[in-house]
Design a binder for this molecule. Structure first.
Ligand SMILES: Cc1cc2nc3c(=O)[nH]c(=O)nc-3n(C[C@H](O)[C@H](O)[C@H](O)COP(=O)(O)OP(=O)(O)OC[C@H]3O[C@@H](n4cnc5c(N)ncnc54)[C@H](O)[C@@H]3O)c2cc1C
Length: 481
């Protein structure tokens, strides 16, 4: 097998894979269909970077504790560079529920990075570009695969200009559409079965800058890395970022015509001002909008056949990041999982460089280990909030959603107990932040007993959001003429 490692897609997953492979001495060629980012100072270039092929990069992105852990271990220079450019590490233990919260040894991991995605990604791009052995072909869309005559292993890719690029192996980092699977089908190669589960969310985002940025935020970060909540009929959350910038993200059901008006700035602002923990960020004089309201429909949860042992695999072809698995963006795990997957895939290819069945089996097991727990949790959590929101919209009682595994408490029950019990709070946060798989934390007898000890009917702590009717009346009254 000759040629470099070809990485198709130069976004978070592709860039991290290229970085990790190049650092291990592999020659790497990154083929990316969009134009390169602008040159110049990082903050300006990040703001000017147009990403039509990555529409979600215009929306707020959190980097969970898992993402920070991966950067600390694998690319500390990147974490340092981000902070030098204005990103902030947030100490999540500040949101612990009790004054008597005693830190444990692992709690140094309970941090998140407040940064706009394009800024972090630009730093990643520049770090990769500076490495010897990496070449970028921007404006190059891959259209197909070169396969060996028996079509069981990949030999390279074919670009939209018809260029045949030989590859030692090919990494599909093309995002949630996982383009390589379509290329295989086009070549008449049967591919394995994906698992798919709906998400039901329309996300609306607007960015702002604080008028007087300082060490303190305008209000408490009650969620640790965010302020606001996923409420019983909508979500409204502030995500602090770098350099005094923050985003407000409002989530509503895609199928709900009554909340479609939230795209209008006046309705969006009204909803934000009615939302607990969010209002103070946009009080008169506190901040200035930087953008219009941006809308996007979330992709479904998907676990691709490339992350499912027992499904047909093509030797030398690997999927990474969203191309392997997509989890509901409401839970903000995609980038962190992509980073973890990318570095571990590079380790694996370094340890098992021989293309073949053994390498493929190990790669698919790795992909499953990284993604499957989060796919399963996301399926459950998407359904939980989706069914609840739909029931509120229809004025009916929501039906209970079965747990991921029998006996596992729902996230709503864990969250209720976490409001008063710091051990449960720690467990919940470690799951939300990707630090430990849900099974390891939520299936523990000790945690489950503590969750049960908090009465189910206990009213939630803190301010309550508006009812659906109050919200709809207010946003409709602000309809722009
Ligand atoms: C609204 C929204 C909010 C989100 N919020 C968060 C969050 O808060 N935190 C978080 O961690 N994650 C979040 N995510 C998920 C996150 O955006 C993804 O997990 C992440 O972008 C995955 O990175 P990727 O590199 O796998 O794919 P992408 O970022 O989608 O990149 C794919 C790349 O492949 C390129 N490409 C595609 N096809 C070809 C081709 N044929 N040839 C060459 N190049 C090609 C594209 O141009 C692009 O650069 C969110 C997602 C959405 C939709």
């Amino acid at each position: 097998m000759t040629g470099p490692a070809v990485v198709v897609g130069g976004s978070v997953a592709g860039l991290a894979t290229a970085l990790a492979l190049a650092e291990r001495g592999f020659p790497v060629r990154v083929l990316e269909r969009s134009a390169p980012p602008p040159e110049g100072p990082v903050d300006k270039a990040a703001e000017l970077w147009q990403r039509p092929t990555v529409p979600q990069s215009d929306h707020s992105h959190i980097l969970t504790s898992l993402g920070v852990r991966v950067l600390r271990q694998r690319a500390p220079h990147l974490l340092d560079a981000a902070q030098e450019e204005g990103a902030r590490l947030l100490d999540l233990t500040r949101a612990a529920p009790t004054d008597t919260f005693d830190k444990e040894a692992d709690d140094h991991e309970l941090v998140a990075l407040a940064v706009r995605r394009p800024l972090l990604e630009l730093l990643l791009y520049r770090a990769v570009r500076a490495l010897p052995g990496v070449t970028f072909d921007h404006g190059t869309a891959v259209r197909g695969l070169l396969l060996d005559p028996d079509r069981s292993r990949v030999a390279g890719v074919v670009t939209d200009r018809g260029e045949q690029v030989p590859a030692r192996f090919v990494v599909d980092a093309t995002g949630w559409k996982a383009a390589a699977l379509a290329w295989l089908r086009k070549s008449g190669v049967p591919v394995g079965e994906d698992l798919v589960g709906t998400t039901q969310l329309r996300c609306l985002t607007r960015f702002y800058r604080l008028n007087e940025p300082g060490d303190d935020w305008p209000g408490p970060l009650n969620r640790g890395n965010a302020a606001g909540g996923i409420w019983d009929h909508y979500a409204a959350v502030v995500h602090p970022a770098d350099n005094g910038v923050f985003a407000i993200a409002v989530g509503a059901l895609t199928s709900d015509p009554d909340t479609a008006i939230l795209r209008e700035p006046a309705a969006f602002t009204t909803a934000a001002r009615m939302s607990p923990y969010v209002a103070e960020w946009i009080e008169e004089g506190a901040s200035t909008p930087l953008t219009d309201v941006r809308a996007i429909t979330m992709p479904p949860n998907i676990l691709r056949s490339t992350a499912r042992p027992g499904q047909r695999q093509i030797a030398g072809l690997f999927a990474v990041g969203d191309a392997a698995c997509v989890t509901d963006p409401l839970f903000g795990r995609g980038m962190s999982l992509a980073l973890q997957h990318a570095f571990q895939l590079a380790d694996l290819l370094d340890t098992h460089p021989m293309v073949g069945e053994y390498q493929s089996e190990n790669a698919v097991r790795l992909a499953e280990e990284v993604h499957r727990p989060w796919y399963e949790q996301a399926i459950h959590d998407s359904r939980s909030y989706g069914d609840l929101w739909r029931a509120r919209a229809e004025g009916v009682t929501p039906s209970p959603v079965p747990p991921v595994v029998p006996g596992r408490p729902s996230m709503a029950d864990v969250a209720r107990a976490a409001g008063v019990d710091s051990a449960v709070w720690r467990g919940l946060l470690r799951v939300l932040m990707g630090l430990g798989p849900p099974a390891e934390i939520l299936d523990s007898d000790v945690l489950q007993a503590r969750v049960r000890a908090v009465p189910a009917g206990r009213a939630p702590l803190g301010p309550l959001p508006p009812t659906r009717q109050e919200l709809l009346e207010a946003i409709t009254a602000r309809r722009e003429r």
